[in-house]
Design a protein around this ligand. Structure first.
Ligand code: FES
Ligand code: FES
Length: 184
């Protein structure tokens, strides 16, 4: 059964008619947020990580229906006024990527991690798999991001929930018509 959802993505307002079997990952990509990457599509790799009300989740196994009246932030929503967030800048500066496929998800997870030791960071990244860079460069990027935040370009204003800064009211229909229970 199709249902109407209202929600925010990156501070933009949407109204979407959606099938219950559609994953949040599919929904976001249908809306044009292609920074959300599909890799394993099974909740294992973290490439699809986004925030729902500031909490990182794996969007490939998250039912799209659950974002009704919620706020979603993707990697595109981290930058503001054309300026990259500190954690994004840090991944560039410390070269925490190669192919970049895991990078949006890694940054979305990293930006919400508490202050951790290097050893703890390696453990904290177990939900974000990288097949090329190796985790040391990613850990160093996160540490660099922390230093940038400490220098005053903190995590405040990196997106997340809050005021609707740029409202576009969209009425869209989700294209997928999958059997109940099948998320894509
Ligand atoms: S694509 Fe979602 S966890 Fe891998
Ligand atoms: S940079 Fe290629 S998978 Fe991580």
């Amino acid at each position: 059964m199709l249902e109407d959802l209202q929600f925010l993505v990156n501070r933009q307002s949407y109204t979407v008619t959606c099938h219950p079997g559609t994953s949040l990952l599919s929904l976001l990509r249908q809306l044009g947020w292609f920074g959300v990457h599909r890799v394993c599509d099974a909740g294992d790799c973290g490439a699809c990580t986004v925030w729902v009300n500031d909490t990182p989740i794996h969007s490939c196994i998250y039912p799209g229906m659950r974002i009704a009246n919620q706020s979603v932030t993707t990697i595109e929503g981290l930058s503001q006024d054309g300026e990259l967030a500190p954690m994004q800048q840090a991944f560039l500066a410390a070269q925490g990527f190669q192919c970049g496929f895991c990078t949006p998800g890694a940054i979305m997870s990293a930006a919400k991690l508490p202050k951790l030791s290097e050893e703890e960071l390696h453990l904290a990244l177990k939900g974000n798999l990288c097949r090329c860079t190796g985790y040391q460069a990613i850990v160093e990027s996160i540490q660099e991001g922390r230093r940038q935040e400490a220098r005053g370009r903190g995590a405040e204003g990196q997106g997340g929930r809050g005021a609707i800064l740029n409202t576009q009211h969209s009425v869209r229909s989700c294209k997928e018509d999958l059997p109940p229970g099948k998320l894509r």
